[in-house]
Design a protein around this ligand. Structure first.
Ligand SMILES: [Zn+2]
Ligand SMILES: [Zn+2]
Length: 151
């Protein structure tokens, strides 16, 4: 009895590691807060492609930011809590004030601006483990841009 080695054709092709088929180049992860990103974010905000909504629920301030990330271009949807028991401690809105030259009346408790990090939910190349988003952070005003009285 000779058992012939039948069917030794190595079956299907198993070529793992061939990562072709990524037409859109991903932005590498970088923990960055540069002015270019800030300006891009501001532009998107003015075009309403990046929107902010702040809430004040019994002194607990939270904000939601959604729209297009100014750096990687992915859709992001971030919700954050900005509990501000101490008001007026951090007035870091220099760049924003430069652009607007106006004081925005806001509800006490809700800051003029919020710092937002990319929350696109995608793992970018070079990102630390379990970190999603492209790493950019920027500031956005918590008020809508020049709300037209259209309604
Ligand atoms: Zn992204
Ligand atoms: Zn991003």
């Amino acid at each position: 009895m000779i058992l012939e080695d039948v069917g030794s054709q190595e079956g299907a092709t198993q070529k793992v590691g061939d990562t072709a088929g990524t037409p859109v180049p991903e932005v590498a992860y970088e923990n960055i807060a540069d002015e270019a990103s800030a300006r891009a974010a501001f532009g998107l905000y003015q075009d309403r492609q990046l929107q902010v909504q702040a809430f004040d629920t019994e002194g607990v301030v939270s904000a939601q930011v959604w729209g297009t990330c100014p750096r990687c271009g992915h859709e992001l949807n971030t919700q954050m809590t900005i509990s501000t028991p101490i008001v007026g401690l951090r007035e870091g809105r220099g760049l924003w004030a430069e652009w607007t030259r106006r004081d925005i009346p806001t509800t006490p408790g809700i800051p003029d601006t919020v710092e937002v990090g990319c929350g696109c939910g995608r793992a970018h190349p070079g990102a630390p483990e379990q970190v999603t988003g492209c790493g950019v952070s920027f500031r956005l005003p918590t008020t809508p841009p020049d709300t037209p009285c259209a309604s």
